[in-house]
Design a protein around this ligand. Structure first.
Ligand SMILES: NC(=O)C1=CN([C@@H]2O[C@H](COP(=O)(O)OP(=O)(O)OC[C@H]3O[C@@H](n4cnc5c(N)ncnc54)[C@H](OP(=O)(O)O)[C@@H]3O)[C@@H](O)[C@H]2O)C=CC1
Ligand SMILES: O=C(O)C1=N[C@H](C(=O)O)C[C@H](O)C1
Length: 264
């Protein structure tokens, strides 16, 4: 398939990332197939003749790939509609429950999915470095804390990216994040547990997305920092993933696959 003929649908076309996707899909030379919105008539600023639907099934039927930055509540119905239509899925929505994540893995048996908490190449590399550091620096000596800050409208915490960085460290250490996660400390928490991976979430203003992961021992501290200056980085990464995923066999992929990083 040539770039010109790739039909990309945008779920959440009125959203902060959705609006940037409208521009980036066209800039990349793909066809903007349409979008979804809960009030389809209320979406302004779209090119003429771009259909907006209230349901994913209608969008999936006219798209080769759907890029989806919406809300965790939509994930189960979106997974079902996309799998039914055999439409590939680039999923950026964060804050998924275990049940919602399970629906994504199930759909990946039928369609190709790129799922990432952060589509910026920089964060993908930070995750990789965090995994290497988790493997190299002993949990008994190095305390890991993940700090994130986002705009005041963000509805989930810690951010999907912070959790993905924590997962990467846990993977490097050979433990499950769920067993070592410490989030939202307050009051008489007791001393820090050896091997814990801590999370702190800050909110304010219009900060696009800031993530730090700190490895602190008695003798040194190493910090990996990422600052997103412009939300467009997520849209360009997602469009890149859409071109990559189209035509792929069913499966569950991440941004590291899109970037072609070798397995660790
Ligand atoms: N993976 C990544 O790189 C990134 C991921 N994100 C994630 O993407 C998601 C969207 O982010 P952002 O664009 O900032 O959010 P917005 O709230 O600006 O946009 C989300 C859009 O989804 C639509 N929507 C559909 N169903 C719901 C629902 N039940 N509740 C709320 N909105 C709904 C809304 O459109 P309407 O009201 O028209 O239906 C809304 O405009 C979030 O989960 C965020 O964390 C954000 C940035 C980067
Ligand atoms: O909601 C946002 O804005 C962002 N969400 C993603 C997350 O939860 O990690 C990615 C990015 O940091 C912006």
């Amino acid at each position: 398939m040539t770039e010109k003929s790739l039909r990309i649908g945008i779920a959440g076309i009125s959203g902060r990332v959705g609006q940037l996707l409208v521009e980036e899909v066209q800039a990349a030379g793909a066809i903007l197939a349409g979008g979804t919105a809960r009030k389809p008539g209320g979406v302004v600023g779209l090119p003429e003749n771009v259909p907006v639907f209230s349901d994913m099934a209608s969008l999936a039927a006219i798209s080769d790939v759907v890029i989806d930055f919406t809300h965790a509540e939509t994930v189960v119905p979106h997974a079902q509609s996309l799998a039914q239509h055999g439409t590939a899925w680039v999923l950026g929505t964060t804050g998924l429950s275990a049940e919602q994540s399970a629906a994504v893995y199930k759909a990946a048996q039928t369609i190709a999915i790129v799922h990432a908490a952060n589509f910026s190449p920089g964060v993908t590399l930070v995750q990789r470095l965090a995994q290497m550091m988790g493997r190299a620096l002993p949990a008994e000596s190095y305390d890991v804390e993940v700090l994130e800050m986002h705009h005041r409208q963000k509805v989930d915490a810690p951010s999907g990216t912070a959790l993905a960085i924590g997962e990467a460290v846990a993977q490097g250490r050979g433990v499950a994040l769920v067993d070592v996660k410490e989030s939202g400390r307050d009051g008489h928490t007791g001393p820090r547990k050896t091997g814990a991976i801590g999370f702190a979430a800050l909110r304010g203003g219009q900060i696009v997305g800031e993530h730090d992961v700190l490895f602190t021992s008695a003798d040194e501290q190493i910090t990996l920092s990422h600052r997103a200056f412009d939300r467009r980085i997520f849209a360009t990464g997602a469009v890149r993933a859409a071109f990559w995923v189209e035509g792929h066999a069913p499966g569950y992929f991440g941004m590291e696959d899109v970037l072609g990083l070798p397995p660790l």
